[in-house]
Design a protein around this ligand. Structure first.
Ligand SMILES: [Zn+2]
Length: 459
C-alpha cells in the first residue's frame, strides 16, 4: 500500500512498525465552537483510512485528541462570561455528536488535554533539562536553534520559519520560530500549577504528549489538515526528537483544503458552514460521498450543486439495494465480483484513491440494477456493494433503512399473490383464485379484473 508521506514529499510503501498493527494519531478539534465542514473533511479522511486498514486485516489503534485548553476557548469564555470548562464541555459533546452523525467510527482513544496535564508538565520539564527549552518570566519556549532537524517536516528553511502573520513578535524569544510550551496565565484565565508558576500548556505540546502517551514514542501515522504541517506538526516533531531522539511518526499524512464556491471559507465572507449546518440539510452519506469523490490531498470545492449530486449518487446506491430488497438477501458471497474488489483495493492502495474506489461502487450498482442479470448475480453485486461501501463508511444504517422498505415489500407481496391468482385462473382453479381475492380483501386490498389485467388498491 502506498501512502503519501509529507515528510518525504513522495508516496512510500506503508510498512507498519509492528506487523499487522497500525498505530495512528489524527489531530482532533479545538472545542471552542462547532466544527466546520473543512474539519469534517479531515475527520472523515482519517476515519476512512482507519476503516480501510481494518478491512485489510490490520489491528488499528487510533487516537484523536480533543484540545480543551486553548486561547480560542478562553477568548470565547470571556466573551460569553461563562467558565472556560463550560465552553469546552459543550463543544466537546457537540464534536462527539456531530462526528457520530457523520458516521465516523469512534477512535480507540479520545483524550482531552486537561486529562494529561501531569504528562505535559513532565515533558516540558524534560525539554528544559535537556537544553531544548528555556523559561522567561513564567513562559517556557522551545529553542528551535538547539535542534538541527527543525524544519525537516515542512521543508521550511531557517529564514522561512517565521511566526504566522497573526502572531506578534515576542521579544522574550531567542528565535522568532521558537514556540510556546507553557504560557503564564493572565488574570481571569484558567490556571494549572507548574514548576514555572501558574499557567497553561501550549497546543503543540498537548498533541505530542497525547500521541506518545497512547501510541508510544514512535508510531506509524500522524495525520491532519494540510494547514497543520507548519507550525503545529513541525513543532510536535521537534519536541519528540528532542525528547526521545525518535521521529514521532513514520508517515505524516495531510488532507487538502476545502473551499466554498471557489473561496476560502471564512466567517467574514459569510460562507462559513459547520458540519452541523450541512447535516441539517443533507445526509451524512452524501457529505461523505462529496469528500471521497476527490482525492484527499486535492483541494475540494463545496457548493450546493455538488452536494446535491452527491445526494443523488448515494440515493442511487440505496435504490439499487431496494430494487432487490437487500436485507432479505440470503445469498452467501460466492466470489463473484472479485475483480471489482481487486480494483477497489488497487485504488485504495494507491494513496487512498477514493474517487477511483467510488467508480467501483458505481459499477457494482449498475450490476445490482441490471435486470438482464440473473437474480443471484444481482444479489452478489449487492453483497459486494455493501461490503466495499462500508469500508468508505456507507450503509451503516441499512438495517434501519429496511423499515422504510416495508411499504415496498408489501407491494411486492401483493403483486406476488396476484401472480399466483393469475396462474390459478389459467389452471381454471376458481376456488383458489377466489380465495386469494377474498383473503386480500380481508386484509384491505381490493382487486378488480380488467381487460388489461388485475388492478389493486388499498381500501
Ligand atoms: Zn494536533
Amino acid at each position: 500500500m502506498l501512502l503519501y508521506n509529507t515528510s518525504k514529499r513522495s508516496k512510500e510503501e506503508f510498512v507498519p512498525g509492528q506487523p499487522g498493527k497500525v498505530k495512528m494519531y489524527a489531530c482532533g478539534p479545538t472545542v471552542y465552537d462547532y466544527f466546520h465542514i473543512g474539519n469534517a473533511r479531515a475527520f472523515v479522511t482519517f476515519d476512512v483510512l482507519r476503516r480501510y486498514f481494518e478491512y485489510r486485516g490490520y489491528e488499528v489503534d487510533y487516537v484523536q485528541n480533543i484540545t480543551d485548553i486553548d486561547d480560542k476557548i478562553i477568548a470565547r469564555s470571556l466573551e460569553e462570561k461563562v467558565p472556560f470548562q463550560q465552553i469546552a464541555d459543550k463543544y466537546a459533546q457537540a464534536f462527539l455528536d456531530d462526528s457520530a452523525a457523520l458516521g465516523i467510527k469512534k477512535p480507540n482513544h479520545q483524550p482531552r488535554a486537561t486529562e494529561v496535564l501531569t504528562d505535559i508538565i513532565s515533558a516540558i520539564q524534560a525539554l528544559v533539562e535537556k537544553g531544548f527549552a528555556y523559561e522567561v518570566a513564567g513562559d517556557v519556549y522551545f529553542d528551535t536553534g538547539a535542534l538541527p532537524e527543525y524544519g525537516s517536516l515542512s521543508g521550511k528553511k531557517r529564514d522561512e520559519q517565521l511566526p504566522g502573520a497573526r502572531i506578534t513578535e515576542n521579544p522574550k524569544k531567542r528565535n522568532p520560530a521558537d514556540f510556546t510550551l507553557w504560557k503564564a496565565s493572565k488574570p481571569g484565565e484558567p490556571v494549572w500549577q507548574s514548576p514555572w508558576g501558574e499557567g497553561r500548556p501550549g497546543w503543540h505540546t498537548e498533541c505530542v504528549v497525547m500521541g506518545q502517551k497512547f501510541l508510544g514514542d514512535n508510531f506509524d501515522i500522524h495525520g491532519g489538515g494540510i494547514d497543520l504541517v507548519f507550525p503545529h506538526h513541525e513543532n510536535e516533531l521537534a519536541q519528540a526528537l528532542a525528547l526521545t531522539g525518535k521521529p514521532l511518526a513514520n508517515y505524516w499524512m495531510h488532507n487538502g483544503f476545502l473551499n466554498i464556491d471557489g473561496d476560502k471559507m471564512s466567517k467574514s465572507l459569510d460562507n462559513f458552514f459547520t458540519a452541523r449546518d450541512i447535516l441539517e440539510k443533507h445526509s451524512a452519506e452524501a457529505i461523505r460521498f462529496f469528500f471521497l469523490s476527490k482525492h484527499y490531498r486535492s483541494p475540494i470545492d463545496f457548493n450546493p450543486q455538488i452536494i446535491e449530486e452527491s445526494e443523488r449518487a448515494v440515493h442511487n446506491f440505496h435504490e439499487a439495494l431496494r430494487s432487490i430488497a437487500f436485507g432479505k438477501i440470503s445469498a452467501e458471497a460466492d466470489g463473484s465480483f472479485a475483480e471489482q474488489e481487486k480494483a477497489f483495493i488497487e485504488a485504495m492502495d494507491d494513496d487512498l484513491n477514493t474517487a477511483r474506489a467510488l467508480a467501483v461502487l458505481f459499477e457494482l450498482t449498475r450490476s445490482v440494477k441490471n435486470e438482464q442479470l440473473p437474480r443471484e448475480k444481482r444479489e452478489q453485486a449487492a453483497l459486494m456493494l455493501v461490503k466495499l461501501g462500508r469500508v468508505l463508511g456507507f450503509f451503516a444504517d441499512l438495517e434501519s433503512k429496511l423499515s422504510e422498505q416495508v411499504p415496498d415489500l408489501s407491494r411486492q407481496l401483493i403483486e406476488l399473490l396476484l401472480d399466483y391468482r393469475k396462474q390459478a385462473r389459467q389452471n381454471k382453479d376458481w376456488a383458489l383464485s377466489d380465495r386469494i381475492r377474498d383473503d386480500l380483501a380481508a386484509l384491505g386490498v381490493e382487486i378488480r379484473d380488467t381487460p388489461q389485467g388485475c388492478e389493486w388498491k388499498i381500501k
